[in-house]
Design a protein around this ligand. Structure first.
Ligand code: DX5
Ligand code: ZN
Length: 227
């Protein structure tokens, strides 16, 4: 059974010379996903991981890989990540022209699909596609780097997303990414977020495993506020 608040540690904040141990650490700590940030140096001003690394991670962990594509023209690259073994592929609405087609390609590949929104993209832009999604990813920082400060508007956006999903009678996962800590986790889970990405708050901690548990516990406390 999955946790009430799922945690997806972002290996962006791990030691890139030891990504294997970062993924193992996530698995041992009970992570629900391993969040893999793919950046192309165009859509965002940073360059990170490619399909070869995803393939290698897939070989060494059974924790599902949550691949967050921050790339221009994701339609061109999605096949690489299907082939590499990504379990969930999330692309940015801002980068994609033929959205329904790409959602279909990912589902036809037998994987889950998410769409990500930058902090200034209206949540309502997903209204006509949300019934086809497994996950909505709301960025709570402008994508590109780990360790940025949580943008407070994210909580209201989670609320908007939840309302949109209820209106459409669907319940995709609602994931929040950027600046998630023990302090910010309850702000978004109380509004309906159920997957939290955390990079620097986990891999930058003295005890990453403990940090993961603390963030999940803080997120679950937020659920009580909601109830
Ligand atoms: C930002 C990435 C995030 C990032 C989060 O562009 O999408 O996944 O790793 O890192 P923290 O938790 O440090 O904000
Ligand atoms: Zn991410």
């Amino acid at each position: 059974m999955s946790n009430r608040v799922q945690i997806a540690p972002s290996i962006l904040s791990a030691d890139f010379a030891n990504l294997g141990s970062a993924a193992r650490l996530a698995a041992d700590a009970g992570a629900d996903w391993v969040h893999v940030d793919v950046m192309d140096g165009h859509f965002v001003p940073n360059l990170t991981i490619g399909p070869g690394t995803v393939r290698a991670l897939k070989r060494l962990t059974s924790v599902p890989l949550d691949v967050h594509l921050m790339v221009d023209n994701p339609a061109e690259q999605v096949p690489w990540y299907l082939d590499a073994g990504a379990d969930l592929i999330t692309f940015h609405l801002e980068a994609c022209v033929h959205v329904n087609r790409l959602v279909q390609v990912i589902h036809d590949g037998g994987r889950k699909v998410g769409i990500a929104l930058n902090p200034a993209t209206p949540v309502g832009f997903l209204d006509d596609i949300v019934t086809d999604l497994d996950l909505i990813l709301l960025m709570s920082v402008n994508p590109g780097f780990g360790g940025q400060r949580y943008l407070p508007g994210a909580a209201k956006r989670v609320q908007d997303a939840l309302r949109m999903c209820r209106d459409r009678q669907v319940s995709p996962l609602i994931e929040v990414d950027g600046g998630i800590t023990v302090d910010t986790a309850p702000l978004v889970t109380s509004q309906g977020a159920n997957v939290l990405v955390a990079g620097s708050a986990i891999y930058g901690a003295g005890d990453p495993s403990r940090a993961l548990h603390d963030i999940r516990a803080a997120g679950e406390r937020g659920l009580e506020v909601k109830a």
